[in-house]
Design a protein around this ligand. Structure first.
Ligand SMILES: Cc1ncc(COP(=O)(O)O)c(C=O)c1O
Length: 499
């Protein structure tokens, strides 16, 4: 793969030392020691990061971001731009997991579910600890919310075309088995337009809006606060899939005003895999149906009385998390929350949005200077070149699906590569006994496969006929990662015949 340099690397890009690229092994060692000694102090005494962010910290690489990157033991051969699927675990979280699992093994310390975890999370997401339950992932929270709502045949639920299977499968299942009706809307290219589409989908049978705060497909940030306010005013329940916001953008559940919200720690908060949370507001809890009841769900039980007796459901959302508590995993999630606060939610949001903007700018720049096949002008003859500034505008070689509008943007960019080779590809059945021709892979899919072969990890969004490439940029990503992405993109486009 040809390596070009379209991005200027920040002056202090020295992460190679910790990532094993520095030929001076002892320096790498020192760096690791520096990180471990900071973690030891931080774990016990809340030590601040040893490097202070300067005024330009979110915009460029430098000692601050290099130090943080050094806390991620990611294989240096990998350029990881798929945080939207799974966050990579930083050392402070691994350290907390190790300590907690060891404590359990060495001291037989049964993990008590004492509510302190929910209290810590509540301070970040802006609700009461009593409105939170722990889950193992977002899908579990979405299922709890969906099953908590009493619905009858013909009742309508507004949902989007951009759902993840974890955000929609249970709604689809209830539609299939109980006859509730899903009204599927497309996203608008602005927050205003999306709000409008939700409003237009309402009928007198609408009972629920079940929407993602940030869909997995193109990372657009939906105007959830406005949608929930409208829903409340219309006596419609809001059940929000919050897989992505925690750790990426700042939000406050009271301010959003939703009834149910399901999130996780294993994406942008960089917590342990398999840790999530479920919010049910104190107003909606009394009318919420519960299906699983065990320890922590009810206050008392007694099988020796006649008849045997059960007490009351505990008056908090924690009733939804029952049985033995995976304490060490949640100690890891606690460390992830503490680490997130040590860096600062505002700074993280600025940084991730800045990196995704750089990515968009790089894509637009390529589109605007693109030549067509064999050097021809890819733009329509006689017309000025298409300058690709707007969301969803059709450039000659690509199309960005994520809005440019600041309030609708987070840390992910979805785009489609137009395939010169697509139209001519032969349709080869993958199975000789299957006479249905297999669809040839789209250019976007081929690009994701090509990138993976070059150790650049992206997400191909095959769902719901969207067929785009999704690039996630977290704060640990740096200009070098963006460079690796553009290098692999340029090499692919060249092979495709675009330039
Ligand atoms: C928007 C959205 N909802 C739900 C899920 C499912 O999350 P989990 O795997 O934690 O259940 C995902 C996962 O990527 C997602 O992106």
């Amino acid at each position: 793969m040809e390596r070009k340099h379209f991005l200027t690397l920040g002056a202090g890009l020295t992460m190679g030392s910790l990532m094993g690229k520095n030929p001076m092994a002892h320096e790498a060692h020192n760096s690791q020691d520096q990180h471990q000694s900071w973690i030891n102090r931080w774990r016990e005494h809340d030590a601040p990061l040893p490097v202070t962010p300067d005024a330009h910290a979110p915009e460029m690489d430098g000692p601050y971001w290099d130090f943080l990157r050094g806390l991620f033991p990611l294989n240096p051969k990998i350029t990881f731009l798929n945080n939207g699927t799974m966050g990579i675990t930083p050392l402070p979280v691994l350290d907390a997991l190790d300590k907690s699992f060891r404590n359990l093994a060495e001291n037989a310390a049964y993990p008590m579910h004492d509510g302190s975890f929910e209290e810590q999370l509540a301070r970040i997401v802006g609700c009461k600890g009593s409105e939170l339950a722990i889950t193992k992932n977002v899908s579990e929270g979405v299922n709890l919310a969906c099953r908590a709502i009493q619905l009858s045949r013909g009742d309508e639920v507004i949902i989007t075309r951009h759902e993840h299977v974890g955000g929609c499968a249970i709604w689809l299942y209830r539609a299939k088995t109980e006859g509730i009706v899903l009204k599927v809307i497309d996203l608008g290219s602005t927050a205003e337009e999306t709000l409008q589409r939700v409003k237009e989908a309402k009928t007198n049978k609408t009972k629920v809006v079940a929407l993602p705060h940030i869909p997995c497909t193109i990372g657009q940030v939906l105007p959830i606060k406005e949608i929930c306010a409208w829903a409340r005013a219309n006596k419609i329940i809001s059940a929000i899939d919050g897989a992505h916001p925690l750790g990426m953008i700042q939000f406050n559940l009271k301010d959003l005003g939703c009834d149910y919200y399901s999130g996780c720690f294993h994406k942008w908060l960089l917590g342990p895999i398999g840790t999530g949370f479920f919010f049910a507001s104190e107003a909606i809890l009394p009318q919420s149906i519960i299906h699983h009841v065990a320890a922590y769900s009810v206050d008392t039980f007694n099988m020796s009385t006649v008849p045997p007796a059960v007490g009351e459901l505990v008056p908090k959302t924690a009733r939804y998390s029952y049985g033995t508590f995976p304490g060490p995993m949640y100690d890891g999630a606690k460390a992830a929350m503490k680490f997130y606060l040590s860096i600062g939610p505002e700074l993280i949001e600025k940084r991730v949005k800045h990196l995704s903007k750089m990515l968009m700018d790089g894509l637009m720049e390529r589109n605007n200077r693109a030549k067509g096949p064999n050097g021809s002008d890819p733009n329509v003859a006689g017309k000025p070149p298409v300058m690709w500034k707007m969301h969803n505008s059709q450039g000659p070689i690509m199309q960005i699906l994520t809005p440019l509008e600041d309030i609708s943007r987070g840390a992910q960019v979805g785009f489609i590569i137009k395939g010169l080779k697509e139209n001519t590809a032969t349709q080869t059945p993958t199975n000789p006994s299957n006479t249905t021709p297999a669809k040839p892979p789209t250019a976007s899919q081929r690009f994701c496969d090509y990138a993976r072969k070059n150790n650049v990890i992206l997400r191909y969004v095959a769902e719901n006929d969207i067929h785009c490439v999704r690039v996630s940029t977290h704060y640990y990503n740096n200009l070098k990662d963006l460079q690796a992405f553009f290098d692999v993109l340029d090499a692919f486009m060249k092979e495709e015949g675009w330039y």
